[in-house]
Design a protein around this ligand. Structure first.
Ligand code: 13P
Ligand code: SF4
Length: 354
């Protein structure tokens, strides 16, 4: 739907007043009405790097979700302020691993006698506490665009990986990109005693996958893939690696949001694509590439927005920019110093991956 012209004008005026003091980052899942004000758009890896590359901006307005804003705060200098336009924009997957649960898991691994062989690899989609745990235990962060390189690195450091919190990205990367089998993977369930695993199972496993998932990508099923292939002959199925393993195994291509965009840019006219990721992005790509004769559809029949990404809307952005322009610092995301130091270690290991 077209944005309210009055709000568009107010956002533009506030941004102009702030000038170089503000830098607006927009994740690809953001609404069109918000994306139009982003100085840069990207996947979570690109945005983390872009935030770190703007030392002159006093305010980094992060149009995305909480863990992304935390990561930006960790990677920027102390006098830069990272702002999240709606504090309720969290991520249900990141919430599936708490610091207490992960500490308990480490105790279970220690009891089983495997902790010394384990290197934690945590998906960007996790709280700063989990990133700090990862840094403290010699591990790295990864995103959907560098998960294979992160696992390659981790298996040079140790024999096993504890992958947090997205079981699907962990399993898909291990099986699809690293040649492991499904039997090399076990799932640690934080709601069961000992994670629901025996010490023997932990000793035999190469990948210990945390039982977390994305509810948005979890809605795509093998039926969605089969249905779209029946409906659109010759369609290319392209999905995000947060999808279930059976969906990824049935797809033609798999990659991060940035990868999805590049693949569609390179696609020939007349090609047909079904995309398994968040709907704001898929709709934007469908509109962008329709004039070039590329047919792009959403993989599922029902709509599938990320409700927390969608919390950042034009009214919240206007309020944020106008507040900053008036000198009121609102919705700052600030990670405490101790957490930051260890989380930064893990993030820097990611940024240094070959
Ligand atoms: P990427 O932007 O890294 O592909 O991640 C998608 C996502 O779900 C972010 O929450
Ligand atoms: Fe989290 Fe999934 Fe939303 Fe990404 S799409 S922010 S993983 S809930």
């Amino acid at each position: 739907s077209p944005s309210d012209p009055d709000l568009v004008e107010r956002a533009r005026a506030a941004k102009e007043k702030l000038g170089d003091k503000v830098f607006v980052l927009g994740h690809h899942y953001q609404r069109d009405e918000v994306i139009q004000f982003a100085d840069v758009t990207g996947d979570s890896f690109k945005l983390a790097r872009d935030a770190a590359a703007r030392p002159e901006a006093e305010y980094i307005v992060f149009c995305g979700v909480h863990f992304m804003a935390e990561s930006a705060d960790i990677l920027t200098s102390d006098d830069q302020k990272v702002v999240l336009p709606d504090l309720a924009a969290g991520c249900s997957m990141a919430d599936m691993a708490t610091a207490e649960q992960v500490a308990e898991c480490w105790d279970v691994l220690t009891e089983a006698g495997v902790a010394e062989q384990v290197v934690p690899v945590s998906y960007m989609n996790s709280s700063a506490d989990i990133k700090a745990f990862t840094g403290k235990h010699g591990g790295t962060i990864c995103t959907s665009s560098n998960a294979k390189r992160a696992l390659d690195w981790a298996f040079e450091q140790g024999e096993k990986v504890l992958f947090l919190p997205d079981q699907h990205l962990g399993r898909n990367t291990a099986v699809r990109d690293m040649g492991m089998s499904l039997d090399d993977c076990v799932v640690y369930n934080p709601h069961k005693p000992n994670g629901g695993l025996t010490a023997e199972e932990l000793r035999a496993a190469k990948m210990i996958l945390w039982r977390g998932h994305c509810s948005v990508h979890g809605r795509f099923s093998l039926d969605s893939v089969n249905d779209v292939r029946a409906r659109i002959p010759g369609v290319n199925v392209l999905v995000h690696p947060e999808c279930k393993h059976e969906v990824v195994a049935a797809a033609d291509h798999v990659g991060s949001t940035e990868y999805i965009i590049k693949a569609l840019e390179a696609a020939p006219a007349g090609s047909k694509w079904a995309i398994g990721t968040e709907l704001n992005l898929v709709r934007r790509l469908a509109n962008r590439f329709a004039p070039e004769g590329k047919e792009i559809v959403f993989l599922d029949k029902t709509v599938c927005f990320c409700s927390t990404m969608n919390r950042i809307d034009l009214p919240h952005l206007v309020w944020t920019l106008e507040s900053l322009a008036e000198g009121n610092l609102v919705n700052r995301i600030e990670v405490d110093k101790e957490t930051e130091a260890f989380a930064k270690l893990a993030l820097e290991r990611m940024l240094a991956l070959p």
